[in-house]
Design a protein around this ligand. Structure first.
Ligand SMILES: Cc1cc2nc3c(=O)[nH]c(=O)nc-3n(C[C@H](O)[C@H](O)[C@H](O)COP(=O)(O)OP(=O)(O)OC[C@H]3O[C@@H](n4cnc5c(N)ncnc54)[C@H](O)[C@@H]3O)c2cc1C
Length: 360
């Protein structure tokens, strides 16, 4: 079985890893497009607090989070994964009640979230926080480094025989699965199956097949700062009930994000975007006032307009896997595994009916 995977973000890299692990001959093609979401992702893996009204989204992200510990063990290298817990914070304690009720309802079927507790002094766990906040702690929440996950998956896939090519891939309409990878001279790749994991670009990639997939980019700008001499590695992430989130990483790094902007394919860091993140971030965590800004990142979250992820066949030989929006670092590896199963004609590890492309 020869499979071409278009896109080597977290979803495509995971698909290549699982496919090659099952013995398929895999080629991954990536054009290195500016705005790839995976390198910009913050790293929150805490599915239980979101999608109260959307069981399909919740199921996918919950299974995605559940998938991580085994993947970490399999990869056997540091992908920035750590169960640091999540502090859900609000100025008004009443604003925490809906999420408390949601977590209580979900706990029996998702005990991995751990026992949720009230925290009277959240700044003891995340020192820059404002001392006016009320908080709940979800101990099972994890953070991860998106680029490290992607790189580790690709390395493991290569070790299993995967070929990686740099170039923009295009599908041709006639034979359904012809892929042209432009690597300067231009190469035609034959494939029995193609997985399109091209993130926000997936709709464009699939257009030659005669299908219109309403996938669009949702821009996120995010800021990295350091607090010199402070050990931030085990700080819990902070998830305000509204406004920006904060995460601690090793090497005194704190990540604050992110904007949510529907501005098309425009992967730019803007004055307004940074201002929004900084202003709101300092309101929640005034102790970051003197932190050193080390980096800004921007990524295009792939959003499927009908509202949940997009995973399934679009033709007999082309499978799409995208639309993970703000949850792709959580559900990306698991989605790659689903896509690999579909390409191999195997039963996927989750019923994909709710995510299947609506092809007219
Ligand atoms: C600021 C920000 C914060 C986020 N925070 C979180 C978080 O905390 N937790 C979480 O779970 N998720 C988070 N996300 C979401 C997550 O990052 C994305 O959902 C996920 O990375 C999407 O992965 P992907 O593989 O589908 O797409 P991408 O990572 O965008 O990868 C798509 C790849 O396809 C390639 N490509 C496109 N077209 C072609 C072509 N024609 N030929 C060859 N290659 C092509 C591109 O170059 C790119 O590398 C965040 C996103 C952003 C932007």
């Amino acid at each position: 079985m020869r499979v071409v995977v278009i896109g080597s973000g977290i979803v495509g890299a995971a698909a290549a890893y699982y496919l090659s692990g099952r013995g398929a001959a895999v080629t991954v093609v990536d054009g290195g497009y500016q705005g790839e979401a995976t390198q910009a992702g913050a790293g929150i893996v805490c599915p239980w607090v979101d999608h109260p009204e959307d069981p399909d989204w919740y199921r996918l992200t919950r299974e995605g989070a559940r998938h991580y510990p085994k993947l970490v063990e399999e990869l056997g290298e540091d992908i920035g994964y750590a169960k640091v817990g999540a502090l859900l914070v609000a100025e008004d304690p009443a604003d925490l009640e809906p999420v408390r009720a949601l977590l209580r309802r979900r706990h029996p079927a998702a005990p991995e979230m751990g026992d949720v507790t009230d925290v009277s002094a959240p700044a003891e766990l995340f020192p820059p926080l404002s001392d006016t906040l009320s908080a709940l702690l979800v101990p099972g929440a994890a953070r991860v480094d998106g680029s490290s996950v992607r790189d580790a998956l690709l390395r493991a896939a290569v070790a299993q025989g995967t070929e990686v090519r740099t170039g923009a891939a295009t599908l041709t309409p006639d034979g359904e699965v012809f892929v042209r990878a432009t690597t300067g001279e231009g190469v035609r790749l034959d494939a029995d199956m193609v997985i399109v994991a091209a993130g926000a670009w997936t709709g464009q990639v699939c257009r030659p097949l005669g299908v219109e997939l309403p996938v669009f980019p949702r821009r996120g700008q995010i800021l990295h700062a350091t607090l010199e001499g402070v050990d931030t590695a085990w700080w819990p992430m902070v998830l305000p009930r509204s406004g920006p989130y904060l995460l601690g990483f090793p090497e005194s790094r704190v990540v604050i994000g992110a904007t949510v902007e529907d501005v098309g394919f425009s992967p730019r860091v803007t004055m307004g975007g940074l201002n929004e993140v900084i202003e709101a971030g300092l309101r929640v965590a005034p102790g970051l006032f003197g932190a050193t800004v080390t980096e800004t990142r921007v990524g295009l979250r792939p959003v499927y307009a009908p509202g949940s992820a997009l995973i399934g066949p679009v033709t007999a030989r082309v499978v799409v896997a995208t639309g993970l929006s703000a949850y792709g670092l959580t559900a990306g590896p698991f989605t790659g595994r689903i896509a690999a199963a579909l390409a191999l004609g195997e039963e996927p590890p989750l019923d994909i009916t709710p995510y299947a492309p609506a092809i007219g």
